[in-house]
Design a binder for this molecule. Structure first.
Ligand code: TYD
Length: 395
């Protein structure tokens, strides 16, 4: 029997990606208690009481992976590596979103699975073979009957959104060739703990994975990690290359090094998480202090990049319209709406930052470099950013 111990309580949180329309502002928003725990047996870190996928991932889903140059480049680079190293004839992507990854391959070689039909349609309309389905055994069987087995499965920032990991890998085993490869990429728990990015926890992120946690699931399915890449993406992600145990690909040193790094940091010990929770509480106090001081000085603050992550921060730290006048964002489906819970207006990014703005709260801190490059003028004119990681500060 596995035993889960909660170590962090992020309070009542709305659905992280549920941007509100004007006519929803006066309606009561459903909120969920967000607690985070460690499974003492598997070492998986997850949120309590996950919400049904259908409530979170449906035809209103606003997220588009093509909204950042960083993601587009990362997918392009990985595609080159896949073509060179693994030469797959058939690739399946779980969580293909708007097709930013599969578009790097010939259409006839790819299959996309994406439950949010609004984004799935974008990829389908470009001529790709996509299924508006959740990843589970019945989807795997359906795809198998129509397309046969696949040589490579890729999934970025999706497996951590699925509660039933056993079903994820059982379904993968149905459709993956004997010598097939799985590549999974998700935010790294070690980086989250080190950088105090507690906003990696929100109702869609059911898990924040460590290598050790993933290994505990894989071993049940005769799968193993043979390589790990540490990526800068989303504040520090890991890309795991996985194979069947019988496949003789050698295990790269990176696996041993990463496992050791996690053990040395204390990823298996509850005391590590108790310390993390203390740092999170102190981060909240510091962030609120920064906002209060700036507002006392009558500074104009806006938000930049409204993210599921920022939903956690704003609601946990109780930062609303009093502090942030509005957010700007490039995603059409978020514009002219309001942030979940705190109801801060979101406007279309106008291509520049208004002259009167003194400070920007960086909701999309994970794209800091990309955004700083874009906002050279704001920075040159003395504009400053507020960021919460690794400790809340003005930069
Ligand atoms: P992301 O961090 O990918 O989202 P989440 O926490 O929900 O997984 O979202 C980044 C958001 O920032 C996305 O809505 C697009 C926006 N954005 C801008 O508005 N301008 C930019 O230059 C960049 C890079 C992102």
């Amino acid at each position: 029997m596995s035993k889960k111990v909660n170590f962090l309580d992020l309070g009542l949180q709305p659905l992280a990606n549920n941007y509100l329309k004007k006519n929803q502002l006066n309606k009561k928003e459903k909120k969920y208690r967000l607690k985070i725990g460690l499974d003492l047996k598997t070492k998986l870190v997850s949120i309590n009481k996950p919400i049904a996928s259908e409530i979170m991932f449906n035809s209103n889903y606003p997220y588009r992976s093509s909204m950042s140059e960083t993601m587009i480049k990362s997918f392009k680079d990985l595609s080159k590596l896949i073509k060179k190293k693994f030469k797959p004839k058939k690739i399946l992507e779980i969580g293909s979103n708007d097709g930013s990854f599969i578009k790097n391959f010939p259409k006839k070689n790819t299959i996309g699975v994406e439950p949010c039909s609004n984004v799935e349609k974008i990829t389908k309309n470009k001529g790709f073979n996509t299924y508006a389905k959740y990843w589970n055994i019945s989807t795997a069987k359906k795809i198998l009957s129509k397309n046969g087995k696949v040589d490579l499965i890729y999934s970025a920032n999706t497996i951590s959104h699925i509660e039933n990991l056993d079903e994820v890998f059982k379904s993968i085993n149905i459709i993956l060739n004997k010598n097939g490869i799985i590549i999974i990429e998700d935010p790294s728990l070690l980086e989250c703990l080190k950088k105090n990015t507690y906003d990696q926890f929100y109702n869609e992120h059911i898990y924040v994975f460590s290598l050790i946690g993933i290994e505990s699931i894989l071993k049940k399915y005769d799968l193993e990690i043979f390589n790990v890449q540490n990526l800068k993406i989303h504040g520090g992600s890991n890309r795991y290359f996985i194979k069947r145990k019988m496949n003789k690909i050698p295990i790269n040193l990176s696996v041993i090094i990463n496992r050791k790094k996690e053990i040395n940091y204390g990823i298996k010990n509850i005391s590590t998480y108790v310390k993390f929770a203390k740092r999170v509480k102190s981060s909240k106090k510091k962030l609120r202090k920064i906002f209060l001081q700036l507002k006392n000085k009558k500074k104009d603050i806006i938000g930049y990049g409204v993210t599921a992550k920022s939903t956690t921060i704003l609601n946990y730290c109780d930062i609303g319209k009093k502090f942030i006048s509005y957010f700007v964002d490039t995603t059409k489906d978020k514009q002219n709406k309001y942030t979940p819970g705190m109801k801060i207006p979101i406007y279309k990014y106008p291509g520049f930052i208004e002259k009167n703005i003194d400070y920007i709260f960086l909701g999309a801190w994970n794209f800091k470099e990309e955004i700083f490059k874009k906002e050279k003028k704001f920075i040159k004119n003395g504009g400053k950013f507020i960021i919460h990681t690794p400790i809340p500060k003005i930069i």
